[in-house]
Ligand binder design. Structure first.
Ligand SMILES: [Fe+2]
Length: 222
């Protein structure tokens, strides 16, 4: 049985108020746009499947050295920008990413309650460094949903652990519109206005047919 701890449900994000915007009384339009861009990203549980050991860590999770082909599933691109609590880009921050394969199985010793097969062509984990403007990008597959506890089905999601010089954040990214989102205890433990930032639309299409989505993150101060 795979259960991601509920004890972190209370760790909802606080709203970021940009001091200068409030104190300075700049016009409402500018204030709203600044706050919208710098809403602190909600924390989410790390879960039980943070990798214990990894081999490859590069940005393309759909290929592994010595593999027999590309990972099973729909290939997608995820990109975005990481900012700090003052809305400055977190250039050079590190992002760790891990997720289940397309059938909902983690390559982890503790994922024993899942009868779905492993995919030996799927990397399952990446560690990437954002550029000087906090921008990052990786290629992966849409993870499958998986059974958690009782009737609870975890919707497809990607785990993120982000570290910058002064901040860190552990959270999960979800796929907007997925049928399991509305019943997920972890996602719905986040305040509605913060939840939207965790839901990513994959409605951009690259020339090669690959869907792409943007997941921007804002780190609160540690
Ligand atoms: Fe998970």
């Amino acid at each position: 049985m795979t259960v991601e701890r509920l004890t972190d449900l209370s760790q909802i994000s606080r709203r970021a108020l940009v001091g200068g915007a409030v104190a300075g009384g700049i016009n409402m339009l500018a204030e709203n746009s600044v706050n919208a861009a710098c809403l602190w990203t909600a924390k989410q549980a790390e879960g039980p499947f943070y990798p214990e050991e990894v081999s490859e860590t590069d940005w393309d999770m759909t290929n592994v050295v010595g593999g027999t082909g590309r990972a099973f599933g729909e290939v997608i691109e995820v990109s975005g920008q990481v900012r700090d609590s003052r809305c400055h880009s977190a250039g050079g921050c590190t992002l760790e990413i891990w997720q289940a394969n397309a059938r909902g199985r983690y390559a982890h010793l503790h994922d024993t309650g899942n009868s779905q097969p492993l995919d030996h062509n799927f990397q399952g984990y990446a560690r990437i460094v954002a550029d000087g403007n906090g921008n990052y990008r990786f290629v992966t597959i849409v993870p499958g949903s998986y059974p958690a506890n009782g009737d609870w089905i975890r919707p497809p999601h990607i785990h993120f652990k982000v570290k910058s010089e002064f901040s860190s954040l552990t959270t999960q990214m979800y796929f907007d519109g997925n049928e399991h989102n509305d019943q997920d205890y972890l996602l719905n433990g986040v305040a509605l206005e913060d939840r939207r930032a965790l839901l990513v639309k994959f409605d951009q299409i690259h020339a090669n047919g690959m869907r792409a989505g943007k997941f921007d993150l804002v780190l609160a101060d540690d």
